[in-house]
Design a protein around this ligand. Structure first.
Ligand SMILES: [Zn+2]
Length: 356
């Protein structure tokens, strides 16, 4: 037991007992996502026609599901009579990088359902379908899994950009604008600029530029800087990193809003006169997804973690700040090098062929 070395700087123990089943299968069904998550499972291969017939049949019996045939979803289910085991999610640092790898591979053409089934067979469900009373179901819809996987992978990629000084990458989702003088009165005279983030939505009045419109507003989630635009442009890297981390932290905190505070035991401090008790605190996320966001948060609280440029795993600099390390290991460094070499060769071959 205990936490992975990358999380040990965190002052409170975190624990999530994740359930993994031995067998999973893809099925079909209607999903309810209200307070009580519910799946009306259908036989595999159910099409619209069969679904409509089923709805008609139920209606004749006096049951109206209020669902349409086209609302059938792909659902991954633990097979009935499947064995299960558990592990503590905080004993591993592989969860986020492996989920990011899955997203990347699927975007490159790997079969989505096969990839998800494989990931879940190893790590279990993200647990998106959790009831108001905390019960996690033994099924998960494809749509929910994929949406959450992409969201987390995109946020992790942003974190990689921040730690790897990828200024071009950060410029795609962060912009700085000058604050309107009226806004500076409210926010503080010392503030000159603020960061805005992709998708850069702002209400523009006629004849106004995006920068002017964005500089006129200031609300929740906005972060002000005392530096002027000129100062930021002169030395942009650190400003983009700070603005990027602010965004990442904000998104993580949204996911951790309802994280559970609990305890593993109660101690009585021996004392003849006073009764003093002490809790041994533990933070318990509601599902694996929240455990992963908590791990992300814990990494932000450490002072020396970077995301490997090649494999996407977080790695500990362990006080080695004397050079800008980009890879977690020599293996990744060499893999990246030979990948670049092969790419260059491919390009050269391409150019050679096109010139002859
Ligand atoms: Zn690596």
């Amino acid at each position: 037991m205990g936490m992975h070395s990358l999380y040990q700087h965190f002052p409170v123990e975190c624990r999530f007992e994740q359930t993994v089943y031995t067998r999973y299968k893809w099925g079909k069904g209607w999903v309810w996502r209200e307070k009580r998550h519910f799946l009306m499972g259908l036989p595999p291969g159910t099409g619209k026609k069969e679904a409509q017939a089923y709805l008609d049949y139920l209606k004749a019996q006096g049951v109206d599901l209020q669902r349409k045939p086209e609302e059938i979803e792909d659902v991954l289910e633990a097979e009935k009579r499947s064995e299960k085991s558990t592990y503590n999610a905080f004993e591993t640092a592989d969860l986020i990088p492996s989920l990011c790898r899955l997203v990347k591979e699927v975007r490159q053409g790997r079969n989505k359902k096969a990839a998800i089934k494989k990931w879940v067979s190893q790590y279990g469900f993200l647990g998106v379908h959790v009831d108001a009373d905390g019960h996690i179901h033994s099924w998960e819809s494809l749509a929910d899994f994929w949406r959450e996987a992409e969201t987390l992978a995109d946020l992790w990629d942003k974190f990689r950009q921040v730690t790897q000084r990828d200024l071009d990458g950060m410029r795609e989702w962060i912009r700085f604008v000058a604050l309107h003088p009226g806004i500076r009165q409210l926010v503080g005279k010392e503030c000159h600029t603020k960061a805005v983030y992709w998708p850069f939505e702002v209400e523009m009045q006629e004849g106004e530029t995006f920068e002017e419109a964005a500089g006129r507003s200031f609300g929740k989630g906005h972060v002000a800087f005392s530096a002027t635009l000129e100062e930021i442009n002169r030395n942009p890297l650190e400003f983009y990193q700070v603005a990027g981390l602010y965004y990442i932290r904000e998104k993580i905190e949204e996911k951790l809003a309802d994280v559970g505070l609990s305890y593993t035991g109660l101690e009585k401090i021996s004392n003849p006169k006073d009764d003093i008790f002490k809790l041994r605190p533990v933070i318990r996320p509601k599902n694996l997804l929240q455990a992963m966001y908590l791990q992300f948060y814990i990494l932000l609280c450490g002072h020396n973690v970077k995301v490997c440029k090649w494999c996407g795993k977080p790695f500990d600099l362990r006080g080695c700040y004397n050079k800008n390390r980009e890879y977690c290991s020599d293996t990744c460094k060499h893999s990246a090098k030979s990948h670049r070499y092969r790419e260059r060769q491919k390009l050269e071959a391409l150019l050679k062929n096109s010139s002859t």
